[in-house]
Ligand binder design. Structure first.
Ligand code: NOJ
Length: 720
């Protein structure tokens, strides 16, 4: 968003505004439909009448929003329209897989299309802004908000963020952006110590620059309308008041001119952080750091008049934020059409949107084990067992916004339709968290004589998401007991895990399953999508965007670690390792199989040496040697084996998807610029060294899945 100088309309409006009305425009209030923090003492509707609120959050629905807007237009002195924001994180009415799941598709086009559908549905319900995409690179399964992210890799989060922003913000039929994106949480929120939500963060400058900032930089380049600072402090500096990162880096170096919107009550919470004595000081700190809108803190409304009187802030500083807010409303077209899009009939697109939700769910489910039991070819009798089989609300996952459980197609319904000629014998077995009366017996009966058992275990939707940190991200005991009982039947078991974070699974559970499909909380169309994959109508194609730890104590575990002076060596006790746990995670970043087999050959570069301005094309031939059409994702990593600072053992630089028919071969090509080999040196300056760069191309981050080709950089070693 470009604000520049205020338009004549905004200029004229500002001339007429009182201080109270100006601060009102900088204040965002929740209506109470969803509260994700302390409820405000205020009634938003009274505040609207008083002209003391400029936007509402967490309200939706045409009638409610029309009424709020009408009040703002007709019952306030200046009639400035409101804008409305909501966490439309993975769907509004049609719910798509949770972000951690959809990221596993590695499908940029899909990420954009589902965001577009989110925007279309939200806009007709009166929403102008989604508080998404969430771009916190997440490596710790204890942190419940891992579900909202695109996983452990900065590049994947950056690419996911770009696609989401395009999907939300590209112009709709009326020529205005569909809805605005608000990328969050700037930055490093996911690094909270022990994965404890809202805790403190203490990460290095290198981690900030290399891991946490790049996804935000990408969405700023993509033109994201707004950014939300994180709740947390980073090395003692609260992000809501982080002048260096908000003013110098985000606004200064990156040229971001959009809105900065605080998180819920975060300005007021600067008092709890111990960096402000009261709301007045808190408001000053946030405004000076560049925060334009105070979400639910009431610090701008209450604190800034006093700060202004004391000379702690200037009217110009308030105007800077005000111009941005009004320019945003103007850019949305709200001054000319304040009810824009509300109630637009989009019913004729519903079938298409549900089809996309089904496709997204198919492309998000990750098959991590298959002892030749899948696909299921017309089994006479399927035992369908477990508490996630018929869980229409839980399958939607956290942050399902306005999604309704009644609109979900459950696994039970999907399997009955997808396996119409099989006998499906269903037993819930247990609750998500506790045993149910008669559950064991019922499950035993369903398992008996089945040709195959599909065992659906998982998590309750509200055990992941905000304020859902867990020291033990595991399956509850009742579900493990159910699994044991089912395994005792001796029938082959397809274990389906409907979860929103990586879980630590006991070895016996993994070893005893004939196949394991991580189906995640996959949204409204979970059931049909699962049946499509289990029946073989579609081959699974997703790959993990986040490592699954083998044990609790391994966390955080991720592929892009640095090499250490004593790299892991299973035959050497004096190398980095655990005495009581494996070194590697249970499943690594990039793992995931389908029903076809792929072989890669002829990995090559078009040049052996590359200059500083040069480009290297890396190609590999990929053959589908299986007997069905399928999609393969190919990853390209690099390693700089000798640099001034230690570089990760693998660093993702690109990924590509390719669809191949049985027997087909095609070439996949990646283009790297020499600058992709640059890094931050010991002084945090970007440099590109002469010398060897190893390029690894393959099916996952597993060393055996990768092939290597080298290139020599000939760049004179100067600072770039
Ligand atoms: C708090 C969360 O941290 C943030 O992600 C969300 O957008 C706001 N609440 C609004 O619901």
């Amino acid at each position: 968003m470009r604000t520049g100088r205020p338009s004549a309309r905004i200029h004229a409006l500002m001339e007429r505004m009182t201080l109270e009305e100006k601060l009102g425009q900088l204040s965002m209030l929740a209506d109470g439909l969803i509260e994700t923090g302390p409820p405000g003492p205020h009634n938003p509707f009274t505040m609207i009448e008083e002209g003391r609120v400029g936007s509402l959050l967490n309200v939706w629905g045409r009638d409610l929003i029309r009424e709020a807007q009408r009040k703002a237009l007709e019952e306030t002195r200046l009639g400035i329209p409101l804008f409305f924001g909501l966490d439309v994180v993975h769907g509004h009415k049609s719910i798509h897989p949770v972000p951690l799941a959809e990221a596993c598709s590695f499908d940029r086009a899909l990420w954009e299309e589902t965001a577009r559908d989110n925007a279309i549905e939200a806009a007709t319900d009166g929403i102008h802004m989604t508080f998404a995409p969430m771009l916190d690179v997440s490596r710790d399964a204890r942190w419940g908000r891992i579900v909202e992210s695109a996983g452990e890799d900065p590049l994947v989060n950056a690419e996911y963020g770009r696609a989401r922003v395009r999907g939300y913000q590209n112009p709709g039929d009326d020529g205005f952006m569909r809805i605005a994106g608000c990328a969050k949480h700037f930055c490093a929120y996911s690094a909270v110590i022990s994965g404890r939500d809202y805790g403190e963060v203490d990460v290095s400058q290198r981690a900030i620059e290399e891991i946490y900032l790049p996804p935000f930089r990408a969405v700023v380049e993509e033109g994201v309308a707004a950014i939300m600072p994180a709740f947390v402090d980073v090395a003692g500096v609260a992000m809501t008041a982080h002048k260096r990162l908000l003013r110098n880096v985000l606004r200064g170096q990156w040229g971001f001119e959009g809105l900065i919107i605080s998180d819920y009550n975060a300005i007021a919470e600067l008092v709890n952080h111990g960096v402000a004595a009261d709301l007045c000081e808190a408001g000053v700190l946030a405004l000076k750091a560049g925060v334009d809108i105070d979400m639910m803190g009431d610090a701008y409304n209450k604190g800034l008049p006093e700060a202004l009187a004391r000379g702690d802030v200037t009217l110009d500083e308030i105007h800077e934020a005000l111009v941005r807010v009004l320019a945003f409303k103007e850019q949305l077209g709200l001054f000319d059409d304040p009810y824009r899009g509300i109630g637009r009939d989009i019913s004729n697109g519903r079938v298409k949107r549900r089809a996309l939700a089904r496709e997204a769910a198919q492309k998000s489910m990750v098959l991590v084990k298959n002892d030749a039991v899948l696909p299921l070819r017309n089994p006479a009798r399927v035992g369908l067992i477990g508490p996630m089989c018929d869980a229409p609300a839980d399958q939607l996952g956290a942050w399902a916004s306005a999604g309704a459980a009644e609109d979900s197609i459950t696994i039970l319904a999907g399997m009955r339709a997808g396996f119409a000629s099989s006998r499906i014998v269903y037993a819930q077995g247990c609750d998500l968290k506790s045993a149910i009366y008669g559950g064991a017996e019922e499950a035993r009966l369903a398992a008996a004589d089945a040709n195959v058992i599909v065992l659906c275990l998982g998590e309750e939707r509200f055990t992941t998401g905000e304020a859902c940190s867990r020291t033990r991200p595991e399956l509850p005991q009742c579900q493990l007991d159910l699994a044991r009982l089912v395994y005792e039947s001796g029938q082959p078991v397809v274990l389906v895990l409907a979860v929103s974070r990586p879980l630590v699974l006991p070895d016996w559970l993994v070893d005893g399953a004939a196949a394991i499909l991580i189906c995640w909380h996959a949204g409204s169309e979970t059931g049909p999508a699962l049946a499509d994959l289990l029946s073989g109508a579609v081959s699974p194609s997703a790959k993990l965007c986040v490592s699954w730890p083998a044990t609790l104590g391994q966390m955080p575990v991720f592929y892009g670690m640095r090499p250490t002076g004593r790299p892991h060596d299973p035959n050497n006790g004096w190398s980095t390792s655990f005495l009581d746990a494996p070194y590697a995670p249970r499943w690594r970043f990039g793992e995931g199989i389908g029903y076809a087999c792929f072989e890669r050959s002829n990995l090559r570069t078009d040049v052996a040496r590359v200059s500083r301005e040069g480009v290297v094309n890396v190609s590999v031939d990929v053959a589908n040697t299986g007997d069905c059409e399928a999609i393969e994702t190919i990853f390209l990593f690099i390693r700089d084996p000798v640099a001034r600072v230690t570089r990760p053992v693998l660093e993702l630089k690109d990924f590509a998807r390719i669809t191949l028919r049985a027997g087909e071969t095609a070439m996949v090509q990646f283009t790297l610029r020499a600058n992709d080999f640059s890094y931050l040196d010991e002084n945090m300056e970007s440099r590109l060294d002469d010398g060897l760069i190893q390029i690894f191309v393959g099916a996952s981050s597993r060393p055996e899945a990768l092939q290597r080709v080298d290139v020599i950089v000939d760049a004179s070693g100067a600072i770039v």
